[in-house]
Ligand binder design. Structure first.
Ligand code: ZN
Length: 529
């Protein structure tokens, strides 16, 4: 860990709740607070451990004020000491991480016909271009300035002039996303409290996020727990913050899972998932908004800020625009499997898709070859077998401001409860619009990414599809966050808090809708609380 977090060591040791047991199984707290042995999907023995009974009652108000003061001081100390060193380190490393993008631009092609979509997709495949975003109407492509003429040569006449530059200097834009590389956020001083402004003022590296999660667990033992899902390909722990009070009346709580960084370069998804966890944790019993209390009391939430943890680390140390995990492939010089194509539901096993490990959408040679997809799937399987009822999945990505529901693999087949998915999706978009005015498109994933089906890889093997169809998580969504193309994956840090706040509005709507099983939101008051 490179950030200065030594002050956390004693407290972290006190609350180390996750025990490893061999290489194939681990002991984790289950949704009811019991510890269970978690094993891969093929193993059927689950051993129960005694219920954890050491949770403390919620401290009184004077106590929470002292606690907040401690948190603030700790973060300020870490921030002062760590930021100096981190800034120096990243400012020197950043040059290496972003230098490869000098001279790159992002072009937006306006697409009008299926023939144009097909031609652009084929040309992108031939030139191995990095397709940043696709919708029904346009495609954004990162390309070296020198490669623009060869690309245009491959395109029909109608596309020769229907493109515009979204970004001109990719290396500088990328450099600006690292801490300490740009002026202090305009949101500084306008945040809820000092801690929030410190942590959410910048995108944070993996080590800082880990320490922050442990600190939250230590400070809020009544309703926060850090758990390990399993290890990534490179051996890092994939961690979740579990948020929820323990029930005492014997009923089972429903479970909602919130994920970020399935694609490593989508940093706004990491900060947003962290912000959602933080807002629920610190708002519990401390806010005028009693919906937060209800959500923490009625659900078990699992927030996983960096599901693709190896890829995320690599975006800080090797390549800011890395998307996949870091697993080797059959080609030594092309690492990585796309964790949103790696699942066992309509996995794209075509030779065309699998023959190109250099593609950013390489799905692996078989379902669940990607370590992190297998770990995540095994973990959900085990908590479900143990009794958890997972009712919601919010998988945060960027960019393009879309709320996508199943299916991704095909537009020809409709999900059985399309009406519910659409109704809730429209409500989620409205919740965002009310809080920030931002427009989010609501559509099926296959429609929303219309370009994908022509790219030699389909939308098959998608994470959202798998959990919806195979694990029967009825409300499964992929949320593509800000922006609509001005910065794309290189969204400036000034957007961290606005994106977090509009996503919090979405999360509250999501939880309330499921609680009410779809009854209208109006009876619950103002979303802007
Ligand atoms: Zn993504």
């Amino acid at each position: 860990m490179r950030y200065n977090v030594n002050f956390l060591a004693p407290t972290a040791a006190l609350v180390g709740l996750v025990l490893q047991c061999g290489t194939d199984a681990a002991i984790i707290p289950d949704s009811l607070g019991r510890r269970v042995v978690v094993e891969p999907r093929s193993v059927h023995t689950i051993q129960e451990f005694p219920i954890r009974t050491d949770s403390a009652p919620e401290p009184p108000r004077w106590s929470t004020r002292i606690r907040d003061s401690i948190v603030s001081q700790l973060f300020r100390k870490a921030d002062r000491q760590g930021r100096r060193r981190e800034s120096q380190r990243y400012l020197s490393e950043t040059a290496k991480v972003v230098s490869q993008y000098a001279g790159d631009v992002v072009l937006r092609f306006t697409l009008k016909t299926p023939e144009e979509i097909k031609a652009l997709a084929e040309a992108s495949n031939i030139l191995l271009l990095d397709v940043w975003s696709t919708t029904k109407t346009h495609a954004d492509i990162r390309i070296a300035e020198a490669d623009i003429p060869p690309l245009l040569d491959l395109l029909p006449a109608s596309l020769q002039h229907s493109h515009a530059r979204l970004m001109h200097d990719l290396s500088q834009t990328a450099r600006d996303t690292y801490p300490g590389a740009s002026p202090v956020s305009s949101y500084h001083g306008q945040t809820l409290d000092g801690v929030q402004s410190l942590f959410f003022e910048d995108y944070q590296p993996h080590g800082v996020i880990q320490a922050w999660m442990n600190l939250l667990q230590t400070l809020f033992p009544t309703h926060v727990e850090v758990i390990n899902l399993g290890k990534s390909y490179e051996g890092r722990e994939i961690q979740a913050i579990r948020v929820g009070t323990q029930v005492t009346d014997g009923r089972r709580k429903k479970t909602i899972i919130v994920t970020g960084a399935v694609h490593a370069r989508e940093w706004i998804s990491v900060s947003t998932v962290s912000y959602l966890a933080y807002s629920l944790i610190t708002g519990y019993k401390r806010s005028d908004d009693h919906l937060l209390d209800t959500l923490v009391d009625e659900f078990d939430w699992y927030f996983i800020p960096t599901l693709n943890v190896d890829g995320y680390v690599y975006t800080w140390e090797g390549d800011r625009l890395w998307r996949k995990n870091r697993q080797p492939t059959t080609l030594a010089f092309c690492k990585g499997i796309d964790l949103d194509r790696a699942y066992n539901f309509h996995f794209d096993g075509s030779s065309q898709s699998q023959s190109n490990p250099c593609s950013d959408m390489f799905p692996g040679t078989s379902p669940f070859e990607a370590t992190e997809a297998k770990v995540f799937s095994d973990w959900t399987y085990n908590i479900t077998r143990e009794g958890a009822e997972i009712v919601g999945l919010l998988d945060f990505h960027s960019y393009s401001q879309q709320i996508l529901y199943p299916y991704s693999y095909s537009c020809d087949n409709m999900p059985p409860d399309l009406e519910n998915l659409e109704e809730l999706g429209i409500g989620l978009a409205k919740a965002i619009r009310l809080i920030s005015g931002e427009h989010y498109e609501v559509t099926s994933a296959c429609e929303g990414t219309g370009f994908a089906k022509y790219q030699g890889t389909t939308g098959g093997g998608s994470m959202m599809d798998f959990f919806y169809a195979e694990d029967r998580i009825p409300y499964s969504y992929q949320i593509k966050l800000r922006d609509t193309g001005s910065y794309g994956f290189l969204l400036p840090k000034d957007h961290i808090l606005p994106a977090g706040k509009e996503s919090m509005s979405l999360l509250k709507y999501f939880g309330r809708f499921i609680l009410d099983d779809g009854s209208p939101m109006q009876q619950h008051g103002d979303l802007k609380k």
